[in-house]
Design a protein around this ligand. Structure first.
Ligand SMILES: *[C@@H]1O[C@H](CO)[C@@H](O)[C@H](O)[C@H]1NC(C)=O
Ligand SMILES: *[C@@H]1O[C@H](CO)[C@@H](O)[C@H](O)[C@H]1NC(C)=O
Ligand SMILES: *[C@@H]1O[C@H](CO)[C@@H](O)[C@H](O)[C@H]1NC(C)=O
Ligand SMILES: *[C@@H]1O[C@H](CO)[C@@H](O)[C@H](O)[C@H]1NC(C)=O
Ligand SMILES: *[C@@H]1O[C@H](CO)[C@@H](O)[C@H](O)[C@H]1NC(C)=O
Ligand SMILES: *[C@@H]1O[C@H](CO)[C@@H](O)[C@H](O)[C@H]1NC(C)=O
Ligand SMILES: *[C@@H]1O[C@H](CO)[C@@H](O)[C@H](O)[C@H]1NC(C)=O
Ligand SMILES: *[C@@H]1O[C@H](CO)[C@@H](O)[C@H](O)[C@H]1NC(C)=O
Ligand SMILES: *[C@@H]1O[C@H](CO)[C@@H](O)[C@H](O)[C@H]1NC(C)=O
Ligand SMILES: *[C@@H]1O[C@H](CO)[C@@H](O)[C@H](O)[C@H]1NC(C)=O
Ligand SMILES: *[C@@H]1O[C@H](CO)[C@@H](O)[C@H](O)[C@H]1NC(C)=O
Ligand SMILES: *[C@@H]1O[C@H](CO)[C@@H](O)[C@H](O)[C@H]1NC(C)=O
Length: 548
């Protein structure tokens, strides 16, 4: 199932929190189920009633219903009566709600949910909807056993400020969700800016519609209290069978229940690299006094850079990491480069060559430096441990078009939400990718516009480390509140994210098309680079004109 792997680990706890009864993954967009072990037998009255119930739920998931409950059974056989309901997340467009319920009621009877078709007490989360049935009535009752997610917010925040904004906002959102009569939709969202930056808190609360306002608030209160016990007070999303609260630093809910607003997202993106030049930025750590006299280090650095740029064998893989040992540890220098995952060897070679030249002129006296290009990054450090396959997310280079508004227009919100749901999917693309730690994903914004996204980590990182590097960038480096244009990029030493409205990463398909007529070098490793460059010289010139 192509559900996104931005997975929260939800743990079902008992009321007293003292032991874990089961572990299940739960999130919107995921499949998750909880079918009791009290199974009935095939073709029993109970099972037939469950089937009837599911068909009722499915056929009633129309006409703007976002919740429906029903009962199937006869008074003469009360022991085989079943009670059931469906609930769609409050931001789901009605069309998608009926599809979701139809899919879910069908899938329950399949092998995707082992034993659920024979269950007498089941709860199934299927993307953005939930189905629940039982042979005991559960309507109008608050079920307090709860699931909580892994902490979604790290403490990379001004904690005091964060907690006061969180408790205030969550209280408001809970009030609003609970403030409707039995049977009506009980759902609310709220965005709150964290002062002093481009960061927002996004909150969502929902109860099943059978609850009274008091019961809904009671359920949410319990969830809020539980949430605040975890993650050092920063809180974690909590979900019970009757209600759920969730919050995060990116817009995870739809801005409206409309399928998509009409019109095009404006693209008034005017920043320094709108011409897609090759070079983006660099960062030198400075310790001038020491290095200018450190000739051993400088000489080692020189040989490191020349080895990185001249090694055609390694440029073929788009990644290389080397260390030049010095007599003293302080003279030892390690370095690496990484080209964009699908970049052709020839462009990778050229980018690395340019990067090594530029980094030595930009950072002539640094023991540690990084340089970013559109197509490659290169860094070195005399602190070897900083280059040993660990996640490194500072410094960063960012390029966005930002508008400081508390009231973004509909198109803007829709595009931001689309991006917030697409980037996590790139992470699952990466997990299955043949190019290690590289993934792209495109999604239609409207009839005219497509959003292209790309994420990559250095290939020496494990899948998990890559994911946590991308998470950090995704959550804390993208100004979700205020993106004005669907184009931008964040680059860090270990990973980066880029997005835009043109297929910027398919450049190389064109390269391949260009390259085909010329005979490929028979054994690239043996051919002097200079020779390859001169043989490709004309091509490179053409391509440079095209792209930079
Ligand atoms: C399962 O059946 C046992 C015995 O009838 C009962 O005590 C228990 O509550 C049932 N569990 C559920 C989840 O229905
Ligand atoms: C249940 O009923 C179906 C259709 O009536 C039948 O094909 C099937 O064999 C029955 N299964 C059992 C275990 O009796
Ligand atoms: C809806 O559910 C009821 C039972 O609750 C059932 O009688 C009816 O056929 C279902 N379908 C529609 C379209 O109303
Ligand atoms: C649906 O839930 C409401 C509220 O709990 C309850 O009063 C009603 O009887 C339920 N409907 C059915 C058909 O069970
Ligand atoms: C339920 O039982 C009553 C008497 O016990 C009987 O008259 C009636 O026909 C039964 N109904 C059904 C649907 O079986
Ligand atoms: C529900 O079904 C389970 C398993 O068949 C059974 O143990 C339990 O007694 C039933 N509960 C009711 C209220 O009928
Ligand atoms: C329902 O299933 C169909 C067919 O598998 C799929 O195309 C559609 O996206 C699904 N819709 C939802 C809301 O899950
Ligand atoms: C399904 O039920 C069978 C029989 O009760 C049990 O052995 C099996 O573990 C159950 N499977 C799951 C996935 O719960
Ligand atoms: C709850 O609803 C009432 C009546 O519609 C309204 O006056 C009140 O402001 C609402 N409260 C909140 C917190 O939305
Ligand atoms: C600069 O070099 C000195 C001497 O080795 C060292 O103590 C200091 O920590 C360095 N500063 C930085 C910012 O690297
Ligand atoms: C080039 O890279 C290969 C593989 O990493 C390595 O064995 C070789 O020594 C390198 N050559 C130079 C000149 O650095
Ligand atoms: C490398 O530098 C040359 C000359 O400055 C420039 O024309 C070319 O576009 C650069 N290529 C890359 C990939 O950076």
């Amino acid at each position: 199932m192509a559900s996104f792997k931005f997975v929260y680990l939800f743990i079902l706890l008992t009321l007293t929190n003292n032991f874990v009864t089961t572990i299940a993954q739960f999130d919107r967009g995921d499949l998750n189920y909880d079918c009791s072990d009290n199974l009935t037998t095939p073709n029993s009255t109970v099972q037939l009633n469950v089937k009837t119930l599911l068909s009722y739920l499915s056929s009633n998931a129309t006409a703007n219903k976002q919740y429906y409950n029903t009962t199937v059974g006869s008074r003469n056989h009360s022991e085989s009566t079943v009670y059931g309901m469906f609930l769609c997340w409050g931001d789901l467009p009605p069309q998608l709600c009926s599809q979701c319920v139809a899919n879910a009621t069908k899938d329950i009877l399949s092998d995707s949910y082992p034993n659920c078709s024979l269950s007498t007490n089941a709860r199934i989360v299927h993307g953005d909807c939930m189905i629940r049935f039982s042979n005991r009535s559960f309507f109008s009752t608050v079920d307090s056993s709860f699931y909580f997610a892994a902490c979604s917010i790290s403490d990379a925040f001004d904690k005091t400020n964060w907690m006061s904004v969180l408790s205030k906002t969550i209280d408001e959102v809970a009030d609003e969700a609970a403030n409707s009569t039995v049977g009506a939709k009980k759902y609310a969202t709220k965005e709150a800016r964290i002062s002093g930056g481009f960061q927002s808190l996004y909150c969502e609360a929902q109860c099943t519609s059978d609850l009274s306002p008091q019961d809904c608030r009671k359920c949410l209160n319990a969830s809020i209290a539980n949430s605040q016990q975890f993650c050092e007070g920063l809180g974690s999303p909590v979900s019970t069978r009757s209600c759920s609260i969730r919050f995060d630093v990116y817009p995870f809910y739809r801005p409206s229940t409309a399928l998509a607003p009409t019109g095009e997202v404006s693209t008034n993106f005017s920043t320094t690299d709108s011409q897609h030049p090759a070079y983006l930025s660099h960062n030198c750590s400075s310790n001038e006094t020491m290095i200018t006299t450190d000739r051993a280090f400088l000489s080692n650095l020189k040989s490191l850079l020349s080895s990185l740029s001249s090694n055609f064998t390694t440029t073929k893989t788009g990644f290389s990491k080397t260390t030049v040992e010095g007599k003293n540890p302080s003279d030892t220098v390690s370095g690496l480069f990484m080209c964009r995952g699908n970049l052709s060897t020839i462009l990778c070679q050229q980018c690395v060559l340019n990067a090594t030249q530029r980094i030595s002129s930009e950072c002539p006296s640094s023991k540690e430096a990084i340089i970013w290009y559109n197509h490659c990054l290169l860094r070195y450090s005399n602190n070897r441990s900083s280059l040993i396959s660990t996640v490194d997310t500072t410094p960063t280079y960012q390029n966005f078009s930002i508008v400081n508004t508390s009231n973004p227009n509909q198109l803007q919100s829709f595009f931001t939400w689309t991006m917030a749901t697409t980037l996590p999917e790139v992470k699952s693309v990466i997990e299955d990718s043949t190019i290690k730690n590289y993934g792209t994903k495109e999604v239609k914004l409207n009839d005219q516009q497509t959003l292209y996204t790309l994420a990559q980590c250095t290939p020496d990182l494990s899948n998990d480390d890559c994911g946590s590097c991308l998470d950090k960038i995704f959550k804390y480096e993208i100004p979700w509140c205020c993106l004005a244009s669907p184009e931008g990029k964040v680059l860090s030493p270990s990973c980066y994210i880029m997005f835009g409205l043109s297929p910027f990463y398919t450049d190389d398909d064109r390269v391949e098309a260009y390259r085909q007529p010329s005979p490929p070098p028979t054994s690239a490793g043996d051919v002097p680079i200079q020779a390859i460059f001169s043989c490709k010289h004309r091509l490179i010139n053409q391509l440079s004109k095209l792209w930079y």
